[in-house]
Design a protein around this ligand. Structure first.
Ligand code: APR
Length: 246
C-alpha cells in the first residue's frame, strides 16, 4: 500500500479532517443528499446576521447538533488517527469539525479551525468558556458576567478563523512530509487552502474519501473508501512496515 510507504518514510505528518470522518459515528455531513445544509439554510443558522436576527432559531440548530454529538461515539477512523499519533509523536490533527470526537478518541494535538460545539462565547462581552451540558438550562443562554446572549464558539460563514490556531495549522502544513486529507469536500476556504499549502511545501497528499473531493487533484494517492475502513487498515499496514524495518 503506497500510502503506508509514504507515511513510513515521513518524519512529520498532518491529518486534515472534515465532516466525513464523523459520518460513521452517525453525524450528518453538510453537503449532498441528507446533509445538514439540505435540511437547514446556511444563512438562517450559521451566520452572524442570523444570530443577530433570531438567536433562538440559531441555538435550536446548535442544541440539536450538541445533542447528536454528545450521543455519538468516536468511530474506527477517529481511533485510527489517535493511534497514528502514537506512531508519529509529531502528528497534528487539523480539523474543520466542531464535534470533539477526535479528542474523545484520544488525539492530543487537535487544531480546531472552526471552533467547538462545546465552547460558548458571549456575543456582547466576548467571555468564552467550555460548556458541555446537554440540554442547556436556557436557550439562548445568557452570560453570567454581563447578561448578554451567548453564542456557540464556532466559526460561521463570513467570519474569520481563529488566527493563532490557523497560523499553527499553517506551520504544521508547511513542515509536513505527508498529509492525510480525510472526509472533506474541500470547498470551504481558507481551511481547504491548507492542503494547497502542504502540497506546495512538498507534502505528499493522501486522500481518504469515497468520492474525490475538490482537492483530489493535489493527491498523490487516493483511497476511495470510507474513513472507518481505510484508516484502521492503513495504520495496521504502517505498523507492519515499521515492524519489518525494526
Ligand atoms: N469516510 C470518508 N469520507 C466521507 C464519508 C466517510 N464515511 N462519508 C462522507 N464522506 C465525505 C464526502 O464524500 C464529502 O466529500 O465527506 C465529505 C463531507 O463534505 P462536507 O459535507 O462538505 O463537509 P466538510 O468538508 O467538513 O465541510 C467543510 O463547511 O459547512 C461548513 O463549517 C462547515 O466545517 C464545515 C465546512
Amino acid at each position: 500500500m503506497k500510502a503506508a510507504l509514504l507515511l513510513s518514510r515521513a518524519a512529520r505528518a498532518v491529518v486534515f479532517t472534515g465532516a466525513g470522518v464523523s459520518a460513521e459515528s452517525g453525524l450528518a455531513t453538510f453537503r449532498g443528499a441528507g446533509g445538514l445544509w439540505e435540511g437547514h439554510r446556511v444563512e438562517e443558522v450559521a451566520t452572524p446576521e442570523a444570530f443577530a436576527r433570531d438567536p433562538l432559531l440559531v441555538w435550536r440548530f446548535y442544541a440539536m447538533r450538541r445533542e447528536q454529538a454528545k450521543k455519538a461515539e468516536p468511530n474506527p477512523a477517529h481511533k485510527a488517527i489517535a493511534q497514528l499519533e502514537r506512531l508519529f509523536p509529531s502528528l497534528v490533527v487539523v480539523t474543520q469539525n466542531v464535534d470533539g470526537l477526535h479528542q474523545r478518541a484520544g488525539s492530543q494535538r487537535v487544531l480546531e479551525l472552526h471552533g467547538s460545539l462545546w465552547r460558548i462565547r458571549c456575543a456582547s462581552c466576548g467571555r468564552e468558556l467550555g460548556d458541555d451540558r446537554v440540554p442547556l438550562p436556557e436557550l439562548p443562554p445568557r452570560c453570567d458576567a454581563c447578561g448578554g446572549w451567548q453564542r456557540p464558539a464556532v466559526v460561521w460563514f463570513g467570519e474569520p478563523l481563529p488566527e493563532a490556531i490557523f497560523r499553527e495549522a499553517e506551520r504544521a502544513c508547511t513542515e509536513a512530509d505527508v498529509m492525510l486529507v480525510v472526509g472533506t469536500s474541500g470547498v470551504v476556504w481558507p481551511a481547504a487552502g491548507l492542503v494547497e499549502v502542504a502540497a506546495a511545501c512538498g507534502a505528499a497528499i493522501i486522500e481518504v474519501n469515497p468520492e474525490p473531493s475538490a482537492l483530489a487533484y493535489l493527491a498523490a494517492v487516493q483511497i476511495p473508501k470510507k474513513a472507518g475502513e481505510a484508516l484502521p487498515a492503513l495504520v495496521e499496514r504502517l505498523e507492519e512496515v515499521q515492524g519489518a524495518r525494526a
